[in-house]
Design a protein around this ligand. Structure first.
Ligand code: NAP
Length: 323
C-alpha cells in the first residue's frame, strides 16, 4: 500500500482513504435508485463492505435518497454483522433538499442517525442546491447539528463554485469550514477543471469527492468488450449510465488508453481510471466508486496500491481532453 493513501478530508481531522465506497448500489429495490441495480442481500452487502475494509477503504458514502434510507440501514446492518467498531470507520451521508426547507435538516436528523445506528455522522452533506431555502439558512441548520454533536463536519454536493464559496463563507460565521464538495468527475467528465470548482476547492482547502469515478461503469471497459451486457441492465440503469452505442463509441479511445496502461502496471482498466481520479490533481480529489460484487470492491480498493507515473497521467489527460 502506498503510504499516502490516507488523506485529510478538507480542513477536518478525518483521515480518509483516497478511495471510499459509494453505497448507492445498496438501495435494495427501494425508490428510483433501487430499481437500477439488483436488490443485494444483507450477506452480499456485508461481503462487499468487508472486502472494501480489508482493501484499506475506511469510509462510506450514502444518502437519505438512496432507497429512501435503505442504503443507510443496509450499511449499518453490515457493519454490525461484521462487528466493526464505530471509531474505525468514517460515515458520510446526505440530506435531500428538493421540495424542502432548511428546517428539515434539523427535524430529520434523528431518522438519519437511527438509520445509520450512530450518535454522530462524520460528514453530513447537502445533496444538491435545489432546496426552497437559501444556502445561508441551510448552513445555519447544519451548524446547529455540529453544535449538538450530531454531525462532525459539513459538506455539499452538486454545488457550483460560487455556491461552494457561499456555503464556506456562511459556515465561517459559526466558526466552521466547508470540508468537502461532491462532484461528478472521471476521465469522461472533466468539467470541474474548467468551471472553477477545482480551483475554488484548492483555494479554500476543500476536498472534492468524485462520484461516478468509473463513468457509471463505462470506464471499466466491460460494456465495450461485451455490449450485450447493456441489455442485462435495467432500463433506468441504462439511462442513468448512458449505456448505449453512441456513448460506447465516444468513450472508446479513453477505454483503449486505459487498457494499454493497465497492461503495463498489470492491473485492470478500472484501477487505472480510479488511480487517475485520485492522483491527477494532487491530494484534492477522493473517489467513491460503487460496487455490486465482491470482485469489484476488491478491484476498486486495490486501485490505491500503486501510483501512475506523471507521463501516464499526462497521456490520460490528453486522450480525455474533449470530455
Ligand atoms: N452526490 C451525488 O449526486 C451522487 C450521484 C451519483 C452517485 N453518487 C455516489 O457515488 C457512488 C459511485 O457512483 P456511480 O455508482 O454512479 O458510478 P461508478 O462508481 O462510476 O460506477 C459504478 C458501477 O460500475 C461498475 N463497477 C464498479 N466497479 C467495477 C469494477 N471494478 N469492475 C467492473 N465493474 C465495476 C458496477 O456496475 P454493475 O453494477 O452494472 O456491474 C457499478 O455499479 C455511488 O455509489 C454514490 O455513493 C453520488
Amino acid at each position: 500500500m502506498k503510504p499516502n493513501y490516507l488523506r485529510r478530508l478538507g480542513s477536518s481531522d478525518l483521515m480518509v482513504s483516497a478511495v471510499g465506497l459509494g453505497c448507492l448500489q445498496f438501495s435494495r429495490g427501494r425508490g428510483i435508485s433501487g430499481a437500477m441495480w439488483p436488490s443485494l442481500s444483507r450477506k452480499e452487502i456485508s461481503a462487499i463492505v468487508e472486502t472494501s475494509l480489508k482493501g484499506g477503504i475506511n469510509w462510506f458514502d450514502t444518502a437519505e435518497l438512496y432507497g429512501r434510507g435503505e442504503s443507510e440501514r443496509a450499511l449499518s446492518s453490515s457493519l454490525e454483522d461484521l462487528n466493526i467498531p464505530r471509531k474505525d470507520i468514517i460515515l458520510a451521508t446526505k440530506w435531500w433538499p428538493v421540495l424542502r426547507t432548511s428546517r428539515s435538516i434539523t427535524s430529520s436528523i434523528d431518522k438519519r442517525l437511527s438509520a445509520l445506528n450512530t450518535r454522530t455522522i462524520d460528514l453530513y452533506q447537502i445533496h444538491n442546491s435545489f432546496s426552497f431555502s437559501s444556502i445561508s439558512s441551510q448552513m445555519k441548520e447544519m451548524a446547529k447539528l455540529v453544535d449538538q454533536g450530531k454531525v462532525r463536519y459539513v459538506g455539499v454536493s452538486n454545488f457550483s463554485a460560487n455556491a461552494m464559496r457561499k456555503a464556506h463563507k456562511e459556515l465561517l460565521k459559526y466558526g466552521l469550514k466547508l470540508v468537502s464538495s461532491q462532484v461528478n468527475y472521471s476521465l469522461l467528465k472533466r468539467q470541474i477543471e474548467r468551471n472553477g470548482i477545482l480551483d475554488t476547492a484548492k483555494e479554500l482547502g476543500i476536498s472534492l469527492i468524485a462520484y461516478s469515478p468509473l463513468g457509471r461503469g463505462l470506464l471499466t471497459g466491460k460494456f465495450h468488450d461485451n455490449p450485450d451486457l447493456i441489455n442485462k441492465r435495467h432500463i433506468l440503469r441504462r439511462y442513468y449510465a448512458s449505456l448505449n452505442k453512441g456513448e460506447l463509441k465516444k468513450s472508446s479511445q479513453v477505454v483503449q488508453a486505459l487498457k494499454s496502461i493497465a497492461k503495463k502496471y498489470q492491473v485492470t482498466p478500472s484501477q487505472i481510471a480510479l488511480n487517475w481520479v485520485v492522483n491527477a490533481n494532487g491530494n484534492t480529489i477522493l473517489a467513491i466508486p460503487g460496487a455490486t460484487k465482491v470482485g469489484q470492491a476488491r478491484d476498486n480498493a486495490d486501485s490505491m496500491k500503486f501510483e501512475l507515473s506523471e507521463d501516464d497521467i499526462c497521456y490520460l489527460n490528453e486522450v480525455s481532453s474533449s470530455f
